[in-house]
Design a protein around this ligand. Sequence first.
Ligand code: CP
Length: 322
Amino acid sequence: MKTFFNVEDLGDLKVALSEAQEVKANRYAYQELGENKTLLMIFFNNSLRTRLSTQKAATNLGMNVIVLDVNAGAWKLETERGVIMDGDKSEHLLEAIPVMASYCDIIAVRSFAGLTDREQDYSEAIVNQFVKHSGKPVVAMETATVHPLQAFADLITISEHPIKGKRRPKVVLTWAPHCRALPQAVPNSFAQWMNVADVDFVITHPKGYELDPKFAGNAVVEYDQKKALEGADFVYAKNWSCPGVANRADYGKIISDDRSWTIDAEHMSWTNDAYFMHCLPVRRGLIVTDDVIESNRSLVIPEAANREISAEVVLKRVLESL
Ligand code: CP
């Protein structure tokens, strides 16, 4: 595997899930694979889970790890071509990428959406420069539009919680309110992965929050949140800003602050005693109430723990392809 951005990069999901369980049972079994190999993790944005889990996964595989926080100690990077660099940006990404690549075997990048220019975000302008100019495998640690390590961990978590008497569980991705405009990367990837997984998948959100069709795929979209949640086995709550599908001018904006979408005990009572999921970090009282996230149906901690496993499977696959 040379890049990891989309669900198809992983191939057959059943095989990947079985590999995840194998790795989970013995996470140090492949120490020799990463010997004398270096992972460079580049963060343009903050992280807790992605940073720790990916670093842990790499060390499980015997790799050396370098972490660079671009906004904390590195030269400020210019990302546009053709600009006169007379501002505060001292180095261009086009030099920085091959330089960084010369110190490592695999590059992992986190670079969020700017949420002002839809075309720029959805063309993945920054991470595609890493793919083009590094000459090294590139793993997405959340880009402008996708967060595949999260979606893979989510799928692993769902597969570990079979629903009695159901071959295909009902999984509902529900929008929930938030005080800041957030990217669409997590719901995009979750939708992309659930569309391939062996589940019945429903997305619910207020009108105007339609995900880009390339991610929403064939998912059922139900604008009535109560109807969507009825009979759900897994409730995946997440906020996202307007994807600008129906109205490009609204891209990246908060177009609803409807607090009736916050997941509380009443919402969960409409479900089939569903498990609650969220990628974290989560704002309590906006996305979900304390009692729901603290309940015995909440999977947020095992979900986060599985980030180590998803990262290890992905890095293992990349190492095997070097
Ligand atoms: N879920 C997730 O990616 O968490 P971090 O932003 O803390 O890495």
